[in-house]
Ligand binder design. Structure first.
Ligand SMILES: [Zn+2]
Length: 247
């Protein structure tokens, strides 16, 4: 089989057994190559057109909140009756994301959760995290920022499922340019996960960032300096029990 026929199945956690010695240079050597990790960080400019971006932002403006203390997530399910046209628009975007995951990762997924988000200037930031896994160090704990701050390079870390281990793919679709800051940064994760690659992206409208939900894709956002940063954040799963029908 060619590499194309045998895609790298990195969407679950890398399956490290509890207690296994996984940190340090030995673990780094066992991780995928930088190019391979970056190849699965899918970046698509103009995934949706300008009108769709504007209309999705408008749905949040009408029905969402703009608090400084949260990402003001507006669940798409809540739009079903409030804003049927906006709901249908978002659903069609979700369907296109699922099709892209099928073609790019060869995995049949459904969406688990999808929200429209708005980050305000000087307000809430998404702190360093991965979407389906945590890294635990016996000495430095399991808070990713604390592990980074402590310079954890311990060799006895382990990877464990987080509170949403069924998520396999994550998609961030950016909807507006009327802000500065609010970049998304990958590859500054804890221990070996901060040593493979680094990728910082400035959100612009229509930009899609799609990636496996696991520990190879730790990410965080930088502070929004001005304006409001709108996005549609979506998570997908191969587990039928966790697929949403917005029922
Ligand atoms: Zn440590």
């Amino acid at each position: 089989m060619s590499d194309v026929d045998r895609p790298w199945q990195i969407t679950q956690t890398t399956g490290v057994e509890p207690g296994a010695t996984t940190g340090g240079d030995a673990a780094l050597a066992r991780l995928p190559e930088r190019e391979e990790v970056l190849d699965h960080l899918v970046i698509v400019e103009h995934f949706v057109d300008d009108a769709t971006c504007d209309q999705l932002v408008e749905s949040h403006r009408r029905f969402g909140r703009l608090d400084a203390t949260s990402d003001n997530a507006l669940g798409l399910g809540s739009l079903r009756h409030l804003d049927p046209a906006g709901f249908d628009r978002a659903r069609s975007v979700l369907a296109r994301m699922e099709a892209l995951i099928r073609s790019r990762f060869r995995e049949a997924v459904g969406h688990d959760h999808a929200v429209l988000c708005a980050l305000t200037a000087g307000g809430f930031q998404h702190v360093l995290h991965a979407d389906n896994a945590i890294v635990i160090c016996p000495q430095h704990g399991s808070q990713p920022e604390q592990l980074v701050h402590a310079g954890c390079s311990c060799t006895d870390i382990r990877v464990a499922p987080n509170h949403t281990p069924w998520r396999t793919h994550s998609a961030l679709l950016y909807l507006s340019d009327a802000h500065t800051g609010g970049h998304i940064v990958f590859g500054e994760g804890p221990n070996v996960y901060g040593r493979i690659y680094r990728k910082e992206l400035a959100p612009v409208h229509g930009l899609l960032v799609l990636f496996p939900s696991n520990e190879l894709y730790f990410h965080h956002t930088t502070v929004v300096e001005s304006g409001v940063r709108y996005s549609m954040n979506c998570w997908f799963t191969t587990d039928p029990d966790h697929m949403s029908s917005f029922a």
